[in-house]
Design a protein around this ligand. Structure first.
Ligand code: ATP
Length: 278
């Protein structure tokens, strides 16, 4: 299988597209001549609105590239990307920047919080910079959902890693983006803090109706999603609905290149130093 597309483009959600983002025949190649690398090879995918999608696959299979192309962080070599109803392929930098700012949220492995600002200020910073009014009622719900109520006046260095990542999650959700993309959002956290953050991501989908897309290597993390897409050599080779960690691990065994060690949360490949595993 090389496609993961929905049967219909729009649903009954008041005319809003049921598909939050889509890729059609997307090719992304880096370099040229002998050094040309095809990171995405004619990928078709629909990201369902209001659902939690995980993207998995071996190292180098194109997970981050797919996420970056869907989020307008990178351009495609050919094919097209839509966010909602808008074709973003070919948009000029300024328009892409505005689209990312207004419609997309990001959570990265590094929390990227400003050390001099407290949690509340970090959460509203992107909106303050954009000159957007903060919707206090919504912000209250987001803060409750990620469980930060008592810590809003704390600076990042007064918070644990898990709490800092929750601030980053709240920052991503605060502006009510159409989609939140996470690149290994729990990659730097111990399993307990990671589970907390994943539970908040799940709640943001269930209770706030957020659309979430997460790149992960971790079958336990992927089990929080509604659907897992598997990439190999730049193609979508499989997908799974209602995953469990065991089923994801079994599927990973099927697709792991010979000799590549499989990792579950907390396990690191031999010789890796803490924090270096991607
Ligand atoms: N800027 C770049 N220049 C050249 N090649 C690149 C660049 N970015 C990615 N690639 C190549 O594209 C392929 C896909 O990379 P990508 O980072 O998307 O994989 P990934 O599945 O996210 O890997 P990992 O799990 O290791 O993060 C790899 O072969 C990678 O070396």
């Amino acid at each position: 299988m090389t496609t993961a597309v929905a049967e219909t483009w729009t649903g009954g959600d008041g005319g809003r597209a049921a598909v939050a983002a889509a890729a059609r025949q997307v090719v992304k190649a880096y370099g040229s001549g002998e050094t040309r690398v095809v990171a995405l090879d004619r990928v078709d995918v629909d990201i369902e609105r209001g659902a939690f999608t995980a993207i998995m696959g071996p190292s180098g299979s194109g997970k981050s590239t797919l996420m970056h192309c869907l989020a307008g962080l990178d351009t495609v070599t050919s094919g097209s990307i839509r966010v909602g109803d808008q074709e973003i392929t070919g948009l000029k930098d300024k328009k892409l920047t505005r689209l990312r700012r207004d419609r997309i949220g990001f959570i990265f492995q590094a929390y990227n919080l400003l050390p001099t600002l407290n949690a509340a200020e970090n959460i509203t910073l992107p909106m303050d910079i954009a000159g957007r009014k903060v919707d206090r009622a919504w912000l209250g719900r987001v803060v409750d959902t990620v469980g930060l109520g008592g810590r809003l006046k704390h600076r990042p260095n007064q918070l644990s890693g898990g709490q800092q990542q929750r601030v980053a999650v709240a920052r991503a959700l605060a502006a009510r983006p159409e989609i939140v993309f996470g690149d290994e959002p729990t990659g730097n956290l111990d399993s307990r803090s990671g589970a907390e953050v994943l539970e908040f991501l799940r709640r943001s989908v269930d209770e706030l109706g957020q659309t979430m897309v997460m790149v992960t290597h971790d079958p336990v993390a992927a089990a929080y999603a509604d659907r897992v897409l598997y990439l190999a050599d730049g193609r979508i080779v499989d997908e799974m609905h209602r995953p469990t960690a065991e089923k994801v691990l079994d599927r990973m065994r099927m697709f792991a290149p010979a000799g590549e060690p499989l990792r579950a949360r907390g396990e690191r490949p031999a010789g890796a130093v803490a924090g270096s595993a991607s």
